[in-house]
Design a protein around this ligand. Structure first.
Ligand code: PLP
Length: 386
């Protein structure tokens, strides 16, 4: 069998391994000077806004919600086509996630639906940016300003994307990034939160480390039960090295996405993500297609198994959050958010990472074409007339 095409494969070069080894040898391996340097570099990347790093984007979102003072009795509006971590953190604060539908093509939060669901208990909007199609930040922040709401942008998938020429994170309210190994850059595990000012930065430092505040007399106090989310220096050193390589990773990812657009042609046809205009600043963390299940004689699981048998790994991004057991606890049912449900039922995430080649993409495209040709069924109307 040909070399397997993995779902994700972070590129850690020898220089990065040597730099991480130096930190390990230094004797100071948990949060210290490398965290400060990583944060300074991220801040420069995000238009000089303050940035604090933590152990994951999930932690960053938890802290962001705490920073906004969100808790019991509050509502946070979020999109049902996203990752579990988003509603998990809302519910963990004691607040209620209010799920709205996504745009059928971009998969981004439907801002008209957000506007319709804002009520007296709404405190914040938590949208997830999709690879290849950022949320319209002008429209999002016009709405948030008008309704006096906080915004926590989940930018886990779009590190390095730009909106009107400015990087995600350089504008807006609170913005969280993920450095998990399948993201645009990695610190093994890790995340970052972009905040507004020095006061918020200080509060993040407290919230990420037990809620401990240092008092003038040299003792410590806790007023709020913080978490333990400080990023070790070893991870920060790796993250810093990855940030330097990010432009290269992003251009390879763009080339791979372009290759998918150029070569992906199946019969029956799949729905591809919207193709952005060249140079519009989008990045490609994932390439998600929608299967034409109504014209296929096989299930999504069988399709993914057939790709796996050819050595090609895939994922599902994402399940419908309002229909998972936690979401249903808030009263949601099938049929409530049709775009999200159609996507969740038929989406397949194809491999796309900077370690892949254009030939790898061609292999994935050819495999999809072959499997779908075998699985092709005539539309029900055509079958009925035969
Ligand atoms: C859209 C989205 N948001 C947030 C997260 C959470 O990231 P982390 O694993 O760094 O907590 C993920 C993780 O895959 C994600 O896909």
């Amino acid at each position: 069998m040909k070399k397997p095409i993995k779902f994700a494969s972070p590129l850690i070069d020898e220089a990065t391994i040597a730099a991480a080894a130096d930190v390990l040898r230094s004797g100071h391996i948990t949060s210290g000077v490398w965290v400060e340097r990583f944060e300074a570099a991220l801040s420069e990347f995000c238009g000089a806004r303050p940035v604090r790093v933590v152990t994951s984007a999930t932690a960053a979102m938890e802290i962001a919600l705490q920073l906004c003072g969100i808790g019991r009795g509050d509502e946070v509006i979020t999109c049902a086509q996203s990752f579990f971590a988003v509603p998990n953190m809302i519910v963990k604060q004691g607040a209620t996630p209010v799920f709205v539908d996504c745009d059928p093509l971009t998969r981004n939060i439907d801002l008209a639906a957000v506007a319709a669901r804002i009520g007296p208990r709404t405190r914040a909007i938590m949208p997830t940016h999709w690879p290849g199609s950022l949320v319209d930040l002008d429209a999002l922040y016009a709405l948030a300003r008008d309704r006096k709401l906080r915004v926590i942008e989940d930018a886990a998938l779009v590190m390095g994307s730009t909106f009107n020429g400015r990087p995600v994170g350089a504008i807006g309210d609170l913005v969280s990034f993920s450095f998990h190994p399948n993201k645009n850059m990695t610190s093994i595990e890790g995340g970052a939160l972009v905040i507004n000012d020095a006061d918020e930065a200080k509060r993040v430092e407290v919230l990420r480390f037990h809620g401990i505040e240092r008092l003038a007399d040299g003792t410590r106090d806790v007023g709020f039960p913080g978490g333990k989310f400080n990023l070790p220096d070893v991870n920060a050193r790796i993250g810093l090295a990855q940030l330097e390589r990010l432009p290269g990773f992003l251009s390879q990812r763009r080339a791979l996405a372009e290759r998918y657009f150029a070569r992906f042609a199946t019969d029956p046809a799949c729905v591809l993500p919207p193709r952005p205009a060249a140079g519009d600043g989008q990045t490609w963390n994932m390439f998600c297609i929608l299967l034409p299940l109504e014209r296929m004689s096989m299930s999504r699981k069988a399709f993914r198994d057939a790709l796996a048998a050819r050595g090609i790994a895939t994922g599902v991004s994402y399940e419908a959050l309002h229909l998972c057991t936690l979401g249903r606890r808030f009263g949601y049912h099938r049929g409530d958010l049709p775009n999200t449900e159609r996507i969740a039922d038929s989406t397949v995430t194809l491999p796309l990472h900077a370690g892949m080649t254009l030939d790898d993409v061609d292999r994935v495209c050819a495999a999809c074409e072959e499997i779908l040709a075998e699985a092709r069924m005539e539309p029900a109307s055509a079958r009925a007339t035969q």
